[in-house]
Design a binder for this molecule. Sequence first.
Ligand code: ADP
Ligand code: MG
Length: 249
Amino acid sequence: MEIRDVSKRFGTTTVLDQVNLTLAPGTVTAIIGPSGAGKSTLLRTINHLERADEGFISIDDELIGYERDGNVLYELKEGAIRRRRSAVGMVFQNFNLFPHLTVVENIIEAPVSVQGIPRAEAIGTALDLLARIGLSDKADAYPRHLSGGQQQRVAIARALALRPKVLLFDEPTSALDPELVGEVLDVIKELADSGTTLVIVTHEIGFAREIADTVVFMESGKVVEVAPPAKLFSDPAHPRTRAFLAKVL
Ligand code: ADP
Ligand code: MG
């Protein structure tokens, strides 16, 4: 995935300021930085929940994002946009499961309605994913009957069901009770080990150090520093990175 010169403003506030990043297939990128840095907005822009004002985003050389002025993407038909969007999956802090659907219905909803996958096939895939995250016995449960950690694992399965090329996580464990964090991190770690391309906004510095190939430090809408974890956490090049790490480590 290529993110090139992406900028985003809310009114007169610049929330993303000429962001550039390249993610190689199969790599894990952790994004860290203070609250308000623009981390969530960056993920939301990649996933088309926000529209960038400038720049573009592409995956495998196929444009999924924006272009200055005569914007290519928005000339596409709605269906084409939805298909391209499904190249990117997203897992939110608060799980965002559909409360009125069972676990299996949550997982098959988008594959059936967006990707047109036959229902029986989508159910088969959903059951395989539930086995992988250790929740086979919850297929017919409603979200309210699951713990936060279980709901988040279902949200991960739901994102995977679309077979995204890139999976985005926005602080996936920060709404969880401490004793439930580990089970979600274990699922993410398994995905990382299996070669899924991941982008994770996280406050879990130890986790980022363990699984990330690349760590991105953002502040005030800018990418300040990009480096492997061993470098960024031990010997950051930028004084802003150093100041941030001094507070959180
Ligand atoms: P982070 O995830 O790093 O904490 P965010 O991307 O959520 O940061 O927010 C970056 C900045 O953008 C903040 O100043 C926030 O108040 C602002 N912001 C985010 N979403 C909106 C919005 N929908 N309207 C106006 N301002 C927003
Ligand atoms: Mg955020």
